[in-house]
Design a protein around this ligand. Structure first.
Ligand code: ADP
Ligand code: MG
Length: 275
């Protein structure tokens, strides 16, 4: 194993983020968020729509600047995007003019690998996400589930230690989503990546994650973190286990309380003064 393929954890300390004002006032999206994601663990983020889940993920990804507080991985302080952090978006974000193979080769190119070795590696990741036989298809010729597999293969091909996933299965039908969840767990067990997974589906979070953080209504903070850990056993009937359904219900109550808070007009839309 090269040092590059070692798993890295994430430490977010007192992170705040406000979007610059477009007209008059800005939006304080994150307020004093602290979060520790141990190496190799699977962390799910839940919370009301607009509470800052994506903002937090993109700050960790380095796509948004850290305005106050800090984000660290084993590579040091995050100041921008880096090859050890890979992102999977809800809308797949594939290059439509490239085939599956070319999209995956793009991920491999980020590591500077070329030629026959790159092709072998591309095939490895295409096989890993079960797209064997679709190498020469363009994204527009694939179903939503297959496009998300291709996007996952492209991100995995860059061999990030940290996988940041923003509602990656949100656009998929229920059946495809279940299959993708199982496959993601299989890949996670196999590759031991550190995962931060944003979802609005409580059962999905409980099924996939070691730890679940519930974020408060905007400006987002971590209001609670709970251990789940059903991902550690491969029980296909886990969804029916009382402990599973009880935890889903318990977390759903927490999310619902935050959604209710978000709807209260007096607490809506805290603003920051224009810079
Ligand atoms: N580019 C942007 N400019 C201004 N405000 C934004 C921008 N992106 C998100 N926001 C605001 O920041 C808050 C958090 O957004 P987001 O992180 O997307 O929430 P979530 O992913 O939890 O739904 C929301 O109120 C949203 O409207
Ligand atoms: Mg979002």
């Amino acid at each position: 194993m090269t040092p590059d393929s070692d798993s890295l954890g994430i430490v977010v300390a007192h992170l705040s983020h406000a979007y610059a004002p477009t007209a008059g006032t800005g939006v304080r999206a994150l307020d004093d968020v602290s979060l520790v994601v141990p190496p190799g663990s699977f962390h799910a983020l839940l919370g009301p729509s607009g509470c800052g889940k994506s903002t937090l993920l993109y700050c960790i990804g380095g796509f948004l600047p850290v305005q106050s507080g800090s984000i660290r991985t084993a590579r040091g302080v995050v100041t921008g995007p880096g090859p050890e952090r890979g992102v999977v978006f809800q809308n797949f974000a594939l290059f439509p003019w490239k085939t599956v193979r070319e999209n995956v080769l793009y991920g491999i190119g980020k590591r500077g690998v070329r030629g026959a070795e790159a092709r072998d590696r591309a095939q490895h990741f295409i096989d890993l996400v079960h797209l064997t036989g679709f190498e020469e298809n363009f994204p527009g010729q694939l179903s939503g589930g297959m496009q998300q597999r291709a996007a996952l293969a492209r991100t995995l091909a860059a061999e990030p230690d940290i996988l940041l996933m923003d509602e990656p299965f949100g656009a998929l039908d229920a059946q495809t989503r279940r299959i993708m969840q199982e496959e993601l767990l299989g890949i996670w067990r196999q590759t031991q990546k550190t995962v931060v997974f944003v979802t609005h589906d409580v059962a999905e979070a409980v099924y996939l994650a070691d730890t679940i953080s519930v974020m408060s209504a905007r400006p987002g903070r971590i209001s609670r973190s709970l251990a789940a850990g059903f991902n550690r056993d491969s029980d296909p009937a886990v969804f029916k286990r009382p402990a599973f359904t009880e935890l889903v219900e318990q977390i759903w109550e927490m999310v619902r309380a935050e959604v209710d808070q978000a709807r209260r007009p007096a607490l809506a839309a805290p603003v920051v003064a224009p810079a």
